[in-house]
Each structure stands twice: as structure tokens, then as C-alpha cells.
Design a binder for this molecule. Structure first.
Ligand code: GLC
Length: 559
């Protein structure tokens, strides 16, 4: 008999043990990794931008959530033209975020709680303020200083046309001309010149940066734009389709997914293998299929790759079924775990996106976007989608704020926007600011407790007071308690390491699987679904009666 009342929530005392990491090797195969976007997590200094001491001060909240590891988006020295993904010094902390000492303190405090720490490495491009790029600008065409980046002569009689027709991911041309007439390539903002990864000096420099952070004790790296480092010989022209996702596109794209990138990952794999303790590399590689993505995690390359086909799938049973089964085939086929992700700092938060299909990644939503979803409907789907994701074998990523059920901030005024996408498309694309708004910690405090002064680099929607962590803490039906319960139950049943089996007989609009000793039913359709016998472990929302309503997921243990 299935109990349909509110499932028993995990008590705080059960949660006390959760900060301990899973013992044994290769923690990353089953880990739940929480993405911290430092500028929006917690601000200790009061300048309105989150920082490393802010993260340290909130580690207990993460330990009680029940995650295994954190990944920090960049906190390195940077002019912040692309929120820190424009790095001027890969081996130092930007004063906005603190100091190297603050980093060491944060790392030690995280490790003391059994939380591993992955940092973000950005090898495709540096900031234009990086000393190497400054030297390149000061040096002559053809010099070794220029050879660290992608400088080329232009086309046209006087080289006045760019070397090819490539467009920047953020909009506009991917080439900028310098004073002496040469052009440099930047697949992203003008302030983010691409390195030339055929240059051994670049490779050696990054080996040094890996070692710098590995020596400090980091558990691994999330590798930015891991599909982009190597460009096709001759830099042939390429025009992406109109509606292409900003980082996707159909193959072959001469700047994505070139064979040569794999040599870099084999090299990095060897560097990490020199260190004790299971250090891991995770690829941010936007590729059209799971099979393509699996090439990044072959045994001598990276350890994990984000499953972007899963992140971009709609709330549609057929799509989900296909991507889940492909993922559970393709990743293990190369010896890697499947991974799962629904939100991050580059996509519309899933509490909004899943109820609003058809928006290309990176374009964002804003005040003039049509068809914005009802927040309650979006949240219901998001909770159901997370309950499905966290039941799946492998490793999962959770983006800060999704444990509060935060939606995309869709009403940000134009004058607060910072994403280069917004500027480079002259406001045609809103970009990604809406998923980067600082977290609400406490409803009654200025900036909802994000910073002691009430400053916040992006304004928080007023109705986020209801989603503040301290409010949700008091409500057993909150999204925060749902995440805690899911994570504790996932751990107790070892779902990360379980085998998944598909169950028949629930209809086309339902995802029904057995994973380990847990039956998971996700109702992705519109009609209620009869439930099997058993004890309800978790439900993504409360419901009455013996049938599972639409947009709801349950975990059931056999009696
Ligand atoms: C990655 C980051 C994104 C950044 C881009 C350029 O995709 O996730 O935020 O803008 O790389 O570095």
C-alpha cells in the first residue's frame, strides 16, 4: 500500500552525518556537486559582490544540504568583463573575492566538513589584461608574444576585413583589429582573446597552473569551453544556423570539438594522476549528442563531462527517456559515470525553463519575453525534474539557489544587466543575468541577507522573500527540505552507484524506473497515474489519494 501523506522528512540529526564524504576511491563517480557562483552566493565584505569569506561562512548550510562537493566558478584576478571568465592571472584571487589566504581557509573548512572543492579553469582564452596579451599587443606581428594567441592578417586589399566570417558566441564578429592592422580571435567577448593551443608555451603554462592549485589541495577542475581550444586548420568560414544555441550548433563546426583538444586532456590527465587523492577533471563541452560528449571522458581524458543534452531536454517523457538511456549507455561504455545537470550560470533556471520550452541556450528571458510561465507551475515541474535527476545513477550537479526553487529573474531592468551577450547583441538577447541574481538567505534582512550592507550587484525580486533560506528552513514542504530529503535518501540507498532498470506499463508520458531498491515514477504527462505498492520515500509535492498527479515524481521502496 502506498502512503500518500507527506513523506517523512529527514530530521536534522540524520543530516548531521551528511557532511562526511563517501569513503573510497573515485568519489566523483557518484558525487552530487553543488555549483557556487561566487559573486552571487554570499557577500561577507558588504560591497554587493559575493566572496570567498562569504562562502566559508555558509559551508554549514551546504553540509546540511547533503552535497559531496562544490564547484566554484572563477574567483581569479579579472577585470570581470565576463563575470570572471576573463582571467588576467590564473594563479591569484581577485581582490573582489578575497585573497589566496581566504581561498586556503575556505578549502580547509570545506575539507573539514567532508566537502570536496573543484575550481574553474578557463583555458580557451584569457582576459585582454593578462600580461601575455599585453605583451602580444606591444610586440610585432610574427613575434613569439603574438604566437601565444590567434593573431592573423585580415582579408581585403589592406587587410581591412576579418580573417574569416566567424561570429562570437556573445554576438558580433569573433575578430578584433589591433593598431598595426592584425586581427585577433575571440570566440567570446573582445576582452577574451583565444589562446593558440598548438603553442607548447601555452600548454606548459597551463600545466603550471594546474599544479599550482593541485598543490594547494583542490580536488579537481571544471574546465571551461573544453570543446573549443583547438580550431580547424586554415580557420575555414562557418555560419551557424539562425536558432543555434550559443555554444551548440550542428557538427562540424571549425572551432568546436576538433580532434586536437583530446591531446590536451590526455596531457592534463597525466598531470592530475601525479597527485594523490582522486583529483578530477570535468568538461564543460557543449556538444550536440551524448555520444560526442562521451569522447571527452575516455579513460585517459577527463573524468566527467556535463550532460548538456540532458540539461537542454524539455519536460517531455520521450526526450527524457531517450537521453537517459543514451547517457547510461554512452558514458559507461568509455568507463565514465553518467552525469546529470538541470541548471547552471549559463542557462535559464529550470524552475522557469521547464515550463517555457523553445528558448535557445544563452539568449535568456526578460521583461519583453512572451509566454512567461506561472511560477507555481514552473516550480512544480522543477521539483519533479530534480527528484528524477537525483535518482539517476552517476554524478549530478546542482546550481546554487535551485535548492530554494529560485526561478529565473525575468524582470531585471536593462540598466543593471552585465552579461556581454546583452551588449554585443544590442539588447536583442537578454543573456544570462537572470540566473545569476544573488541568493536570498534571510527574508527580513536587507538584500535578503546576501550582504551585510544590503548591497547586491543585481537586484533580487521582492517576492524572493518567500524563497529565502530561513523561511524554507521552517517549512517541511519547502524545496530546501525536498532537496535535503532527496540527497539523504539518495545516499542511504546508494543510488549514485545503482543499476537502472526501465519499468513498463505506466504509459508513454511517465518515466518509470527501478534504481537499486527504489522505484521512481515521474509523471511528465497531464493525467494522474496509478502507483505501485510500497512505502513512499519521497514525493516532489504532496498529493492526496493513490494516484500520482501530473508534474510529480515519487520514490517508492518495495514493502
Ligand atoms: C563558459 C562559461 C560562461 C562563459 C564562457 C566564456 O561557457 O560557463 O559563463 O561566458 O565559458 O568563458
Amino acid at each position: 500500500m502506498t502512503s500518500t501523506s507527506l513523506p517523512t522528512q529527514t530530521s536534522p540529526s540524520t543530516l548531521a552525518a551528511i557532511g562526511e564524504s563517501r569513503p573510497g576511491a573515485e568519489w566523483w563517480r557518484t558525487a552530487v556537486i553543488y555549483q557556487i557562483y561566487p559573486r552571487s552566493f554570499a557577500d561577507a565584505s558588504g560591497d554587493g559582490i559575493g566572496d570567498l569569506p562569504g562562502i566559508t561562512s555558509r559551508l554549514d548550510d551546504l553540509a546540511s544540504l547533503g552535497i559531496d562537493a562544490v564547484w566554484l566558478s572563477p574567483f581569479f584576478t579579472s577585470p570581470q568583463k565576463d563575470a570572471g571568465y576573463d582571467v588576467a592571472d590564473y594563479r591569484d584571487v581577485d581582490p573582489l573575492f578575497g585573497t589566496l589566504g581566504d581561498f586556503d581557509d575556505m578549502l580547509e573548512a570545506a575539507h573539514a566538513r567532508g566537502i570536496r572543492v573543484i575550481i574553474d579553469l578557463v583555458p580557451n582564452h584569457s582576459s585582454d589584461k593578462h600580461v601575455w596579451f599585453q605583451q602580444a599587443l606591444a610586440a610585432a606581428p610574427g613575434s613569439p608574444e603574438r604566437a601565444r594567441y590567434m593573431f592573423r592578417d585580415g582579408q581585403g586589399e589592406n587587410g581591412e576585413l576579418p580573417p574569416n566570417n566567424w561570429e562570437s558566441v556573445f554576438g558580433g564578429p569573433a575578430w578584433t583589429r589591433v593598431e598595426d592592422g592584425q586581427w585577433y580571435l575571440h570566440l567570446f567577448d573582445t576582452s577574451q582573446p583565444d589562446f593558440d593551443w598548438t603553442n607548447e608555451e601555452v600548454r606548459e603554462e597551463f600545466r603550471g597552473t594546474l599544479r599550482f592549485w593541485l598543490d594547494r589541495g583542490v580536488d579537481g577542475f571544471r574546465v571551461d569551453v573544453a570543446h573549443g581550444l583547438v580550431k580547424a586548420d586554415g580557420l575555414p568560414d562557418y555560419t551557424p544556423p539562425e536558432d543555434a544555441d550559443s555554444m551548440g550548433g550542428e557538427e562540424p563546426v571549425p572551432y568546436w570539438g576538433q580532434e586536437g583538444v583530446h591531446d590536451v586532456w590526455r596531457d592534463w590527465h597525466r598531470v592530475l594522476a601525479e597527485y594523490e587523492g582522486d583529483r578530477a577533471l570535468c568538461a564543460e563541452a557543449w556538444l550536440p549528442t551524448v555520444d560526442e560528449t562521451a569522447k571527452w571522458v575516455r579513460p585517459d581524458e577527463m573524468h566527467q563531462a556535463f550532460n548538456f543534452p540532458y540539461a537542454m531536454s524539455e519536460w517531455d517523457a520521450e526526450q527524457l527517456r531517450e537521453i537517459i538511456s543514451e547517457s547510461l549507455r554512452a558514458f559507461p561504455a568509455v568507463g565514465a559515470p553518467a552525469t546529470w545537470v538541470l541548471s547552471n550560470h549559463d542557462v535559464i533556471r529550470h524552475a522557469t525553463r521547464l515550463a517555457m520550452p523553445g528558448h535557445p541556450q544563452g539568449h535568456g528571458v526578460g521583461p519583453a519575453t512572451e509566454g512567461k510561465p506561472d511560477p507555481a507551475a514552473g516550480l512544480r515541474r522543477a521539483r519533479a525534474a530534480t527528484a528524477l535527476m537525483l535518482a539517476l545513477p552517476g554524478s549530478a550537479y546542482v546550481y546554487q539557489g535551485e535548492e530554494l526553487g529560485l526561478p529565473e529573474a525575468m524582470e531585471l531592468p536593462d540598466d543593471v544587466r552585465e552579461d556581454p551577450t546583452w551588449f554585443r547583441t544590442n539588447g536583442e538577447r537578454y543573456g544570462r543575468d537572470g540566473c545569476r541574481v544573488p541568493l536570498p538567505w534571510s527574508a527580513a534582512d536587507p538584500a535578503f541577507g546576501f550582504s551585510p550592507t544590503g548591497e547586491s550587484w543585481l537586484p533580487q525580486p521582492a517576492d524572493w522573500s518567500a524563497l529565502a533560506r530561513d523561511v524554507e528552513e521552517q517549512d517541511p514542504e519547502s524545496t530546501l527540505w525536498l532537496y535535503r530529503t532527496l540527497l539523504a535518501t539518495r545516499r542511504a540507498h546508494d543510488l549514485g552507484a545503482a543499476q537502472l532498470e526501465w519499468l513498463d506499463g505506466y504509459g508513454d508520458d511517465v518515466i518509470a524506473v527501478r534504481t537499486g531498491d527504489v522505484t521512481v515514477i515521474a509523471n511528465v504527462g497531464t493525467e494522474p497515474v496509478a502507483l505501485p505498492a510500497g512505502t513512499l520515500l519521497v514525493a516532489s509535492d504532496t498529493f492526496e489519494g493513490g494516484e500520482l498527479p501530473a508534474d510529480t515524481t515519487v520514490w517508492i521502496a518495495a514493502d
